[in-house]
Design a protein around this ligand. Structure first.
Ligand SMILES: Cc1cc2nc3c(=O)[nH]c(=O)nc-3n(C[C@H](O)[C@H](O)[C@H](O)COP(=O)(O)OP(=O)(O)OC[C@H]3O[C@@H](n4cnc5c(N)ncnc54)[C@H](O)[C@@H]3O)c2cc1C
Length: 441
């Protein structure tokens, strides 16, 4: 069995394969030189953990799990074959696998044409944040007395977290977002509610500004946008990611034409037999919402591996193929696998406030928004109800009970949108479960 990738989803998949009774050889081909680690701490201040270096350990006992981890061994190609997929690595090795689980995550985007001039030289001052080494470099640059001004490109959660990180180090921190409000993938009310936070913390916020080019301007960087240009010492781009599926191009594995993600069914199986995908690299079909859901959330990378592991083992045990040695490598007593159809959930910490999102909002324009608390205050929850008063989505700001209450209610509802009584819901003193109209749908 080969797991390709070296992040949380890869680590959790190895754990779950062993927990499900798989005793055969298990290899992990990891792109980085570091064993799997946790990414959310990379964009959070270390002062919260009281340490100088960011804490990312996953606490996995690899020797006990008996996983053959090949670090710094990125896969470059996959080829379907009768006995199972073949994988080629950058070093020229080939691996024959009974099944492959793709867990290669995503790579940060730097838009084409942004860097003008000596790209290699610019990359020292134009950074992205995805890996432990990226964070080390960012810390080093922020601590450099020559860095007096930082521009963060992208008003996403990550962009806001990076601006938060930079602020104690640098006097001039500017966040630039091309859309008209922060967090443009979410309803504008959210962007408006968080919009004051950055200026209040001394971070300049420029909305509706699209960077078009970044050039070497002598000692500093010259940043151009439609509205003009300015100089900065460091630019950190948080303008999105692309699933890391270059190694699957041409393999026959169906990829999303829009995002490049691996399309998987609820059992997390890809279009080529014996190939599965999990975590940020996958786009899964959700029966609950009747649509494709992208990866990108830590919670999926944590929870979906239990399903992918069981799906793989079920597939290996299929009657017509692999009788004999494959079938003997795991415990058959496991029941047939259900799919993975979790309600989307993620969190972020911005300027010390914890924001938690749960649910799925297909069109905020037709949803009724109910606010619990005052969004100009420190604790509030925004709720979006569908046309049947179903609780489609919730964003809680420093109200973890609301977030957890909503998650429980949504998970228990087949459509992920439990019916609520709007008047009770609007009272922040009423617990969410007490605002639900029993029975679900
Ligand atoms: C800075 C940062 C902060 C975040 N904060 C939050 C947060 O607060 N809340 C939240 O919900 N989510 C957060 N996330 C998202 C969360 O960390 C991801 O959803 C999660 O890490 C996904 O795990 P993964 O294993 O699928 O992918 P990754 O963690 O991306 O791991 C993929 C691994 O595969 C390797 N790889 C890539 N290509 C190949 C190849 N061809 N061969 C072999 N290996 C390969 C990569 O090098 C990488 O090590 C954050 C992400 C980042 C980057």
């Amino acid at each position: 069995m080969v797991v390709v990738g070296g992040g949380l989803a890869a680590a959790r998949t190895c754990q779950e394969l062993r927990a499900a009774g798989f005793t055969g050889p298990l290899t992990m081909l990891a792109g980085e030189a570091r064993a799997p680690y946790d990414r959310p701490p990379l964009s959070k201040p270390t002062s919260e953990t009281g340490s100088d270096e960011v804490a990312v350990e996953l606490g996995v006992d690899w020797a006990k799990l008996d996983v053959d981890i090949r670090l710094d061994t990125p896969a470059v190609a996959l080829q379907a074959a009768t006995d199972g997929p073949l994988i080629a690595t950058a070093g020229g090795d080939r691996y024959e696998a009974a099944a492959v689980i793709a867990a290669t995550g995503a790579d940060p985007l730097l838009p084409d044409g942004w860097l003008t001039g000596d790209e290699a030289a610019l990359r020292g001052s134009v950074l992205t944040l995805r890996t432990f080494d990226d964070r080390r470099l960012l810390d080093a640059r922020l601590a450099d007395p020559a860095v007096a001004a930082v521009t963060v490109a992208g008003g996403s959660w990550l962009g806001m977290e990076i601006a938060t990180l930079a602020r104690p180090w640098v006097d001039s921190v500017q966040l630039v977002e091309q859309a008209a409000w922060l967090l443009p993938l979410l309803p504008p009310e959210v962007g408006r509610a968080v919009g004051d936070w950055l200026p209040a913390a001394g971070i300049r916020l420029d909305l509706g500004v699209a960077i078009t080019a970044v050039a070497d301007g002598g000692d500093r960087l010259a940043v151009s946008a439609g509205v003009g240009s300015w100089q900065t010492d460091l630019l950190v781009a948080a303008v999105g990611v692309r699933p890391a599926t270059g190694w699957l191009v041409g393999s026959g594995v169906r990829l999303s034409p829009r995002t490049g993600a691996v399309k998987v069914n609820p059992k997390l199986a890809a279009s080529v037999p014996g190939v599965f995908a999990v975590g940020d690299v996958a786009e899964r079909w959700s029966p609950r919402y009747s649509c494709w859901l992208p990866g990108g959330h830590w919670q999926d990378a944590l929870d979906a591996p239990v399903v992918v592991a069981r799906s793989v083992l079920e597939w290996l045990a299929r009657p017509a193929v692999g009788s004999g040695p494959r079938a003997a490598t795991f415990n058959r007593s496991r029941s047939a696998v259900g799919g993975y159809d979790a309600v989307p959930y993620f969190w972020s910490v911005v300027l010390g406030r914890t924001l938690q999102w749960t649910g799925f909002l297909s069109n905020y324009r037709v949803a009724q928004m109910i606010v619990r608390g005052d969004p100009s205050g420190s604790q509030w929850t925004m709720c979006w109800l569908d046309e049947d008063d179903g609780l489609a989505a919730v964003l809680a700001c420093d109200r973890p009970r609301d977030a957890m209450g909503a998650r429980r209610l949504q998970a228990a509802d087949p459509a992920g949108a439990p019916r609520m009584a709007p008047a009770r819901l609007s009272d922040p003193a009423v617990a969410l479960r007490d605002a639900a109209i029993g029975g679900g749908r």
